[in-house]
Design a protein around this ligand. Structure first.
Ligand SMILES: NC(=O)c1ccc[n+]([C@@H]2O[C@H](COP(=O)([O-])OP(=O)(O)OC[C@H]3O[C@@H](n4cnc5c(N)ncnc54)[C@H](OP(=O)(O)O)[C@@H]3O)[C@@H](O)[C@H]2O)c1
Length: 316
């Protein structure tokens, strides 16, 4: 099968398309023929020796990627809840070795859900790592309730655009930040109060927030403590809740914590139900082929992506 290997940490020139053997299924795994996969900032971090590189570097050949949508072609156990022909999607083995940049991927079945028929493989692949991050942060970590006020930084990005929609689905009102050309995109997804972070100081614009999702870090995390109501919570997905920030949060009677998304098929099923009914949509702004993997990485590296970047996989 065709797969994109990471030969060593570095630039996009270290991603090479090769022919390798099909993966061998372990217990409880299913073999998925990939139709589309999506790219995340952690792919770029890992490619350059950061991200989860340290966790997977001994497991050659290294294959980046975690987000897939495709069709089940084989199952390890006859009692599997999936069967050949099922269309599935999910985030594979994160934060371990996903090996998703390939025509076929071996996936623990409990990382997958059935793909809603109403959406394409491109949309499904897009609604995996980024959507799960938003779901787990808002639902499990934040326990966001109807009527609460949720603040989403970088709301036009992969995680942010899902977080807006999930917060609205949970019955919250949503404040989101983006640069001016993207504030219309935020409104279209249901944001009640868009903030152009380049011309407006978010600290002055809002107060009494119940929950902040922070994909930015640094000063943004620290300043975000000032907009929380007493008892409010901040989740940083970029390690912004340092010991200093956590101590400051405690002084202000709010809380701040870091979070790393985990593969989870039950959460994928919840997302599948929302995607099927159009309660959330995956906005795919760029689609590339496997041969264009360097371009796909370069798009994410701009830091300006709206929604998601997807790669289509066109195996035999
Ligand atoms: N811990 C975890 O489990 C986890 C999971 C997923 C992602 N992450 C991390 O979270 C970060 C975001 O991921 P992502 O997939 O959403 O990235 P992304 O899609 O590449 O984010 C791009 C978006 O960020 C916005 N942006 C950039 N700088 C901004 C700023 N200063 N204020 C507000 N918006 C800004 C851009 O909007 P404008 O062009 O309008 O500025 C753009 O739409 C990455 O560092 C990623 O590695 C962590």
């Amino acid at each position: 099968m065709k797969a994109i290997l990471l030969t060593e940490p570095g630039g996009t020139d270290k991603l090479t398309i090769s022919d390798i053997d099909l993966p061998v299924l372990q217990d409880s795994e299913v073999l998925v023929k990939v139709k589309a996969l999506s790219i995340n900032p952690v792919d770029i971090k890992t490619r350059t020796g950061k991200g989860v590189y340290g966790r997977i570097k001994e497991q050659a050949p290294l294959i980046l990627g975690w987000d897939i949508s495709g069709e089940v072609v084989d199952v390890a156990d006859s009692s599997s809840r999936f069967k050949p022909g099922d269309e599935v999607f999910g985030m594979v083995n994160f934060p371990g070795h996903g090996r998703a940049y390939a025509e076929y991927v071996a996936v623990p079945e409990h990382h997958l859900a059935l793909k809603p028929q109403e959406i394409s493989h491109e949309e499904a692949a897009a609604a995996t790592l980024a959507a799960l991050t938003a779901w787990q942060a808002l639902v499990h970590q934040g326990q966001v309730q109807p009527g609460q006020r949720v603040f989403v930084h970088a709301a036009a990005g992969g995680v942010g655009h899902f977080a807006i929609q999930i917060a609205k689905h949970l019955g919250a009102s949503v404040v989101g930040t983006a640069s001016e050309p993207n504030t219309g995109f935020l409104k279209g997804l249901g944001v009640d109060q868009p903030i152009d972070y380049r011309s407006e100081d978010f600290e002055q614009a809002v107060r009494e927030v119940d929950f902040v999702l922070d994909p930015i870090g640094g000063d943004t995390t620290r300043k975000s403590l000032n907009i929380l109501r007493p008892g409010g919570k901040l989740i940083s997905i970029v390690g912004g809740a340092t010991e200093d920030v956590q101590a400051l949060a405690q002084e202000r009677r709010v809380s701040a914590a870091n979070y790393l998304v985990q593969s989870n098929g039950e959460d994928m099923e919840q997302l599948a139900a929302l995607l099927a009914t159009g309660k959330i949509i995956a906005h795919v702004s760029h689609v590339f082929t496997m041969d264009e993997i360097a371009k796909a990485h370069e798009q994410i590296e701009t830091g300006r992506t709206i929604g998601k970047v997807v790669v289509t996989v066109d195996g035999d």
